[in-house]
Design a protein around this ligand. Structure first.
Ligand SMILES: [Fe+2]
Length: 532
């Protein structure tokens, strides 16, 4: 087989390259290349712009991963279609194929990254060209559809969130709503009398009926999809109860649907994927409810579609890990220049740990980016969660985001049961679950303990992320609590960053104290120092 390239061109567009010489896969999430969150390649760009962006992708693939422009096929995820003529202008190939459908690609992405030879696969989200909630099995015969359940968990959840001021006010894209709703719901209480009506919206998508049944006065009840960011009509406690009820209804509806398949396939481990697979509260409940191995990939939302589409073509015979096979650091060539210009110096893991212990906030940049929406160590900001006001400093002076959004901790896998309570500590490398912080550590770890006592933990091992593991080893020598905060390294309003230039921009324009690129540490520039 020659090289293969796979493309998803809808929102969260992404391109995956298969290098036939090395057998490796590399994923470019286009939002990080063009610096526009949730970037859509197909409908928001002219043909020439599409060609230009894909040409940049090919240049990156050749320069950083040695992938020559010689492809046995270009595979398109079917609901992100691009004209073959455009693709033939960029890639040398005789075959441009509409290949897998949306959820089939999601399912394959999860299954071939999972450690399982055989698995039940649940894929659910706001919809693709083959449904909204599909059940598959994965095994030697590939990924086979079991059933498609009529529903719209992604869309229904988004609409519930759109009714709330604290969620929509600062959002620039409706796709930001779901993650914020998940954070805010901990501040309210589910109203039992509303739960059934909220559950219905995940199946009938009838927003107006929900408004009428609950006597909630939703704005734009007849046409909520025109602009979900304009729908809000509730704020404060009543809004938090709406959020909590939506989450409770989402959870119950999910288990109502999947219970049948869990019974039908009692011996199979389970993969969960699709954008709704980012709901960490449901994922945690899944672990508590079923005594079953579960795998959720780092990229369950649409940013993982091109790699899943490609797996259906290459049919890997063993598990493929693409977690840290994302976009390279695009100005890595200029590191030496930046080091001289900014008087950066070499640092050590011990020094970084010591600075963190002193309360400093540090941006870390290593190697190729992680895939998926969470920073997992290669484009991360880290600091000490035992510092009482660290959450508010990060929210107001570094990340500039809403007060209610929690920060995620990371710790060594072998230490996780000391600080956190969960049925198992497997598959926690990607922040996909919400274990509870143990009672005796809630006060010691205030910045990562959400108001409901949960925490979106990332566990690390030497294999999963050696840099983070070594940092914890050093930090553990200085601190009683060997847990750190990990939040994504980005410029305000932009995706996870991909250049040293952007990392230094954040350093000079926020309360972050240092940036470490590989083993060099950068301080704020002279002008910023004068302000200190
Ligand atoms: Fe999706």
């Amino acid at each position: 087989m020659k090289n293969v390239v796979s493309i998803f061109a809808g929102h969260d567009s992404n391109v995956t390259f298969y290098n036939s010489k090395t057998g490796s896969y590399h994923v470019i999430e286009l939002e990080r290349l063009v610096k526009k969150r949730y970037f859509r390649l197909h409908v928001d760009n002219t043909p020439d712009e599409i060609v230009d962006i894909l040409t940049q992708c090919q240049e990156i693939a050749e320069k950083y991963w040695g992938i020559e422009n010689d492809y046995s096929a270009v595979l398109i995820v079917t609901d992100g279609w691009l004209e073959p003529e455009l693709l033939e202008r960029v890639f040398n190939t005789d075959h441009v194929w509409r290949y897998a459908q949306h959820h089939h690609a999601h399912a394959a992405g999860a299954f071939y990254m999972s450690p399982f030879d055989e698995s039940l696969i649940i894929s659910y989200d706001g919809g693709g060209d083959d449904g909204h909630f599909n059940i598959y099995t994965g095994g030697q015969n590939g990924v086979q559809l079991v059933e498609s359940v009529e529903s719209d968990f992604g869309g229904g959840y988004l609409l519930c969130g759109s009714t709330i001021r604290e969620i929509t006010e600062k959002s620039r894209n409706p796709l930001a709503i779901a993650g914020k709703l998940m954070g805010l719901c901990a501040y309210g209480s589910p109203k039992e009398e509303w739960v059934q009506s909220f559950s219905n919206i995940f199946f009938d998508r009838n927003y107006k009926k929900l408004s009428e049944e609950t006597n909630l006065n939703f704005k734009n009840a007849d046409a909520p999809w025109n602009n979900p960011l304009d729908n809000w009509s509730y704020e404060g406690e009543p809004a938090y109860d709406i959020a909590a009820t939506a989450q409770e209804a989402f959870k119950r509806s999910f288990f109502d649907v999947i219970d049948k398949y869990m019974k039908q396939f009692p011996d199979l481990p389970v993969c969960i994927t699709g954008g709704a697979g980012l709901n960490v509260l449901v994922n945690e409940e899944m672990k508590r409810r079923y005594d079953r191995e579960i795998y959720i990939p780092p990229n369950p939302n649409d940013c993982g579609l091109s790699v899943g589409n490609l797996f259906l073509y290459t049919r890997p015979s063993k598990s493929v890990d693409v977690t840290y096979n994302g976009l390279p650091l695009l100005d890595r060539d200029k590191l030496d220049e930046y080091v001289v210009e900014r008087e950066a110096r070499k640092t050590t893991t011990a020094e970084i740990a010591s600075l963190i212990k002193d309360g400093k906030i540090i941006g870390l940049v290593y190697g190729d980016s992680e895939v998926g929406p969470r920073a997992l160590g290669n484009r991360s900001i880290v600091c000490d969660p035992s510092i009482l006001d660290m959450k508010d400093i990060l929210n107001s002076k570094v990340k500039f985001r809403e007060w209610y959004r929690p920060f995620a901790p990371f710790c060594k896998k072998e230490d996780a049961s000391t600080y956190f309570d969960s049925p198992t500590f497997d598959n926690l490398e990607y922040m996909s679950y919400a274990p509870l912080v143990k009672e005796e550590y809630k006060e010691k770890l205030p910045s990562v303990t959400h108001v409901d006592g949960s925490s979106r933990l990332q566990t690390v091992t030497e294999e999963s992320h050696k840099g983070f593991y070594d940092l914890l080893t050093e930090f553990g020598k200085l601190s009683d609590t060997n847990v750190l905060i990990n939040t994504s390294f980005n410029i305000r309003g932009y995706p996870i960053l991909s250049t040293i230039e952007d990392a230094l921009h954040v350093l000079d324009n926020t309360e972050i104290d240092y940036v470490v690129v590989e083993d060099y540490i950068f301080s704020k520039n002279v002008f910023s120092k004068g302000l200190e």
